[in-house]
Design a protein around this ligand. Structure first.
Ligand SMILES: [Zn+2]
Ligand SMILES: [Zn+2]
Length: 262
């Protein structure tokens, strides 16, 4: 089994740190991990946050704090290079989780030039600057037009896929982090997304991150979206979005069962 979305940023870039993740992976029958880091922790990725950091006071402070602690991309690259020379008991890949906004495709293309990462996964974390999944910026679904939000969310997702910049699409259900589940039948849009993923040779994540980090009651994609991805043969990679060793591989077995049941 695979865990295609695991972050290392909460520890020092040491061998001992990554071994803790691998130990948990082995216990949960995971034989491959995709490690990745958020672009917001790197100095070189500053431009990507122009709009989000101007959206409101909370987001401005959030990014300013990240920026004050930002590290050079070279720290991560050096770590990857060191790890690639070690024979670990499971397969490892190293990449980035990029916050996608259509305004910054050129910036992402430039970051991509800096190092031959094994993969880049694109995430919709912002809708026109609004960071909708921040725990300190919780929102009530009754205050929003959910249909309108989902239209925009899926439009951004389609443009992420068609940008040709990414190997995968991260947590495609993240807008429901505070219970705002899609209310309409989006079959037509799911088909469009699935076809675009196929023609761009991309995978989609079946992610337990929302269940783990937000207590989402639904594990992974909603059944309609998952069924559509299976129907179009989109590669589906299970992913925990773990930020700590003990969350690696969490609910991966259960998500494999959901995929198999389609
Ligand atoms: Zn994410
Ligand atoms: Zn993540």
């Amino acid at each position: 089994m695979i865990d295609a979305h695991v972050h290392l940023e909460k520890g020092d870039y040491t061998i001992e740190w990554i071994e803790q993740f691998i130990d948990y992976a082995i216990k949960r029958n995971i034989d491959e991990i995709f490690f990745l880091e958020h672009t917001h922790i790197f100095k070189e990725c500053h431009n990507i946050y122009n709009e989000m950091s101007m959206y409101n006071e909370y987001q401005k402070n959030w990014y300013q704090k990240k920026w004050s602690q930002a590290r050079p991309l070279k720290d991560y690259i050096d770590y990857i290079e060191k790890l690639k020379h070690i024979d670990f008991p499971i397969h490892l890949k190293f990449g980035l989780e990029v916050c996608y906004s259509p305004e910054h495709e050129m910036d992402v293309a430039q970051i991509k030039q800096m190092y031959p990462f094994d993969f880049l996964v694109g995430s919709i974390h912002f809708i026109d600057g609004w960071a909708f999944s921040h725990l300190r910026q919780r929102w009530d679904k009754n205050d929003y037009d959910i249909d309108e939000l989902y239209e925009r969310y899926y439009t951004l997702m389609l443009s992420l896929i068609n940008s040709g910049l990414f190997s995968g699409l991260a947590h495609p259900q993240s807008l429901q982090c505070y219970g705002a589940y899609p209310q309409k039948d989006y079959q037509h849009i799911y088909s469009q997304l699935a076809q675009a993923l196929c023609s761009n040779n991309m995978y989609i994540e079946e992610s337990s991150g929302l269940a783990i980090n937000y207590g989402d009651k639904q594990l992974g994609m909603n059944p309609n979206m998952l069924e559509c991805m299976v129907k179009y043969n989109v590669p589906i990679l299970t992913a925990s979005d773990a930020h700590l060793p003990q969350n690696v591989g969490l609910y991966i077995k259960e998500m494999n069962n959901l995929i198999r049941a389609i």
